[in-house]
Design a protein around this ligand. Structure first.
Ligand code: ADP
Ligand code: ZN
Length: 742
């Protein structure tokens, strides 16, 4: 059908006899909602279309009619018609509802949420791929033969055309041999256009033999998955109890029922071992979704999910917005992890939104953790989530013995960071050919550099933050904005030459100490600086598992998920580090991180030991960790929050106002605060300069809104902020359920 000129349509044709209907179309532009367009009547809801908008063409999706919408008070003849339909799977109904839901909850424009769900690469043209097969006309008889070539030829005789990597694997030669054979006429190279197919997963595969508690949990999760109804289950098990083993059986159940399953992991660093285990269980790898995918991989993944060809997806939080047409199971592993909160753009918490998506999809949701968040435990208490417990480590591995080292009575030597009891424990491990892990959640060499002549501290020119020395790169780096500079020789304040001294430890400095103390030991640093790419993480974990490292020194990259059988000593260099921030979740985060880190010790036959260096061994958090008494910690922490009306017993939202001009920003913050509506049970605190008072050259002010659990926070914020006009280069953003208070 020819596309009519919108202007040629008259209002007489509002009966769709011109083949067009007035329909809402949501575009990726950050507008308040969908706009009305003329859409061919046969075009289904959820179709992706080229959409004219303000002289540009943007991607749009034919959206659902909101029944509460007023009839259009706009002449039909003024409406534009949408352009071409794009070649892509429909955006499924539950995802459309989920996008609207997220937008309403986090107070973002729905178009901004849609943009997360529609990565640009998903709409790129299909890639060209080269496949190899044995020539239909037979191999070139003149070509030179080698043993490898002959073998490859035999192996590839009856296979379909395969990509070079695959063909190489089948023939047990290198991809270069395959390509060389094609050049010599021994194989035929065929070019095809389209995405690579998905490997087939086998839900039967290799089933584990389960322990009693595991078997019980598997039964319950299988039932929940089969029900094809919404449910949330907390899978609550100590580290090493087999949570992953157990929820993989729920994935098998979803696959067997013909449903798709999604597993969210907090860090892509964790995916590698996970993928190996998955392959072991299901015979092939699932789709992986994270920010490091190439455009071709991204397109393929998005489409295979949208068509339902991909059965299982594992990914970072953004995988939650993928177009699954029949999602039956969502797993959030390490559900307590702060990395599930997105801190820019659309500020959503993937664990909370996973539950929402599960509800919209009528799917089973599993939240797994050894240290569940207080939010999730409160939902268990309220009877909204079920709970399955795995109280013991698999195979009888003992829980690590956790000890506190009082740094006040046993301080390390001057300029050193490891106390005598920790040194002894590492020495013992070295003598027994066991591994040790030193945990310090601080990248770089030293968190602070100061001038010994005048006391000046080197600060980021754009942020309220010290510059962190990274000796590995020979630079001073701002961890907030990425600014980096060569260390100066002269003090910028007093011009003294070469008088700088590092202050405090980072992982590089602790590694220096370990290497000096144990020159024969194999010491390695693991942080996001040294393990920036998945391959590096993979290498590191393999070397660690193979016993090629004696002492690993790492940040939180190392605290989670990994399983190292010969690791017997975990030393927490600075147990107090997390408590310093003093925000709402400081105690909870410290408890979780240290428990996770300690849980790395002694996961196999060798019993493990964790030693925590602290200046405040009497602190309730330290006492609870040392006693492995989670219930006591949770009860005390929850009571404190209850008294203060804090989450999970109350609601919070943060408003952050930023601008380059200090006075204008501060003025806007004050005007905003004055406009706050008065609601019963809602308090507004601030404005106050943010702890991170300047970031990337912008001044920052914060307001904190505290409400009761029954407060409709979004309604309150809309009543307050919708009428406000923010001008003069000042920006305001809202963070519902904030996790960062910087
Ligand atoms: P969690 O996820 O609770 O930390 P994992 O699922 O990673 O625990 O299990 C810890 C270790 O124990 C892994 O090496 C895993 O392969 C092993 N394991 C757990 N349960 C079983 C089982 N039923 N059969 C064989 N190995 C198991
Ligand atoms: Zn900075």
């Amino acid at each position: 059908m020819a596309k009519p000129e919108a202007s040629a349509l008259t209002d007489l044709f509002d009966d769709e006899s011109d083949g067009f209907a007035v329909r809402p179309v949501l575009t990726t532009a950050p507008l308040a909602g969908p706009l009305s367009y003329l859409v061919p009547v046969e075009m289904p809801t959820g179709a992706l279309v080229e959409t004219p908008l303000g002289g540009r063409t943007v991607t749009g999706v034919v959206w659902d009619q909101d029944p509460t919408d007023k009839p259009l008070d706009f002449p039909r003849s003024k409406l534009k018609a949408v352009g071409q339909r794009l070649d892509a799977p429909l955006l499924p109904p539950a995802l459309r509802q989920f996008i609207d839901w997220t937008a309403r909850y986090v107070l973002s424009p729905p178009g901004a949420v849609l943009r997360m769900a529609l990565p640009r690469a998903a709409l790129a043209p299909p890639p060209k791929r080269t496949l190899y097969r044995s020539p239909l006309t037979g191999p070139n008889p003149e070509a030179r033969m080698t043993v490898a070539r002959r073998r490859a030829l035999a192996e590839l005789q009856d296979t379909p055309a395969l990509p070079a990597m695959e063909a190489a694997r089948v023939a047990n030669v290198s991809p270069a041999v395959v390509k060389g054979m094609a050049a010599a006429g021994l194989l035929e190279a065929v070019t095809i256009i389209g995405d690579a197919p998905m490997p087939v997963l086998d839900p039967e595969g290799r089933k584990p033999s389960l322990g009693a508690a595991q078997a019980e949990a598997v039964l319950a999760l299988e039932a929940a998955t089969r029900a094809e109804a919404f449910s949330v289950t907390l899978l609550d098990g100590v580290t090493g109890s087999g949570k992953t083993v157990v929820y993989m059986e729920a994935i098998a159940e979803a696959l067997a029922a013909g449903c798709q399953a999604l597993c969210l992991l907090p860090e892509i660093a964790l995916t590698d071992q996970w993928l190996d285990r998955f392959q072991d269980r299901f015979g092939a790898r699932p789709l992986v979704w994270h920010s490091e995918l190439s455009a071709v991989e991204r397109r393929r993944a998005w489409r295979a999910i949208g068509t339902g060809e991909a059965g299982v997806v594992v990914g970072a939080r953004s995988a939650l917005y993928l177009p699954f047409p029949r999602l039956g199971l969502i797993i959030v592993d390490e559900e307590h992890d702060g990395a599930f909160k997105q801190e820019d753009g659309v500020r959503y918490h993937a664990r909370d939104m996973a539950v929402v998506r599960g509800q919209l999809e009528q799917a089973a949701v599993i939240l797994a953790s050894a240290t569940p968040s207080l939010e999730t435990l409160a939902n268990v208490d309220r009877g909204r989530y079920a709970r399955l417990a795995l109280p013991h480590r698999h195979g009888g591995a003992e829980k690590p013995d956790i000890g506190l080292i009082d740094l006040r009575s046993q301080p390390p030597e001057r300029g050193k960071w490891l106390s005598a009891p920790l040194v002894d424990a590492i020495e013992e491990a070295l003598a027994n050919q066991k591994q040790s892990l030193l945990f310090l959640n601080r990248r770089g060499y030293a968190p602070l550099t100061l001038c010994r002549a005048c006391g000046e501290r080197l600060e980021c020119p754009h942020c309220t933050a010290w510059l962190v020395e990274h000796r590995l790169h020979g630079r001073l780096i701002c961890h907030h904005c990425g600014y980096s500079a060569r260390p100066p020789t002269n003090c910028p304040a007093c011009d003294a030459e070469d008088r700088f001294a590092p202050s405090g430890p980072g992982v590089e400095r602790v590694a220096e100490e370990a290497m000096a103390r144990w020159p024969d030991a194999r010491v390695e640093v693991a942080s996001s600086d040294t393990l920036a790419i998945p391959q590096a993480i993979r290498d590191f974990t393999q070397r660690m598992a193979a016993g090629e490292i004696d002492i690993a020194i790492g940040t939180q990259v190392l605290a989670k998920g990994h399983h190292f059988p010969e690791l017997t000593v975990v030393g927490i260099v600075d147990g107090d580090l997390g408590l310093g921030g003093g925000d709402l979740r400081a105690a909870e985060r410290t408890y979780q991180l240290l428990t996770q880190a300690a849980g790395r010790a002694g996961r196999a036959e060798s019993p493990g030991r964790a030693l925590i260096q602290t200046h405040q061994p009497e602190h309730p958090v330290m006492q609870a960790i040392a006693a492995s008494d989670r219930d006591a910690f949770v009860a005390a922490e929850s009571a404190t929050r209850q008294m203060a009306g804090m989450p999970p017993h109350g609601r919070l939202a943060a408003i952050i106002i930023t601008g380059k001009d200090f006075a204008a920003t501060e003025r806007t913050a004050r005007v905003t605060a004055r406009a706050a509506p008065r609601w019963e049970g809602v308090r507004v605190l601030g404005p106050a300069p943010a702890p991170l008072a300047q970031l990337r050259g912008r001044w920052r002010f914060r307001l904190l809104v505290q409400g009761r659990r029954e407060t409709h926070m979004q309604a309150y914020l809309k009543e307050w902020l919708d009428p406000l006009e923010i001008k003069g280069g000042v920006r305001l953003h809202v963070d519902v359920d904030p996790y960062s208070f910087l």
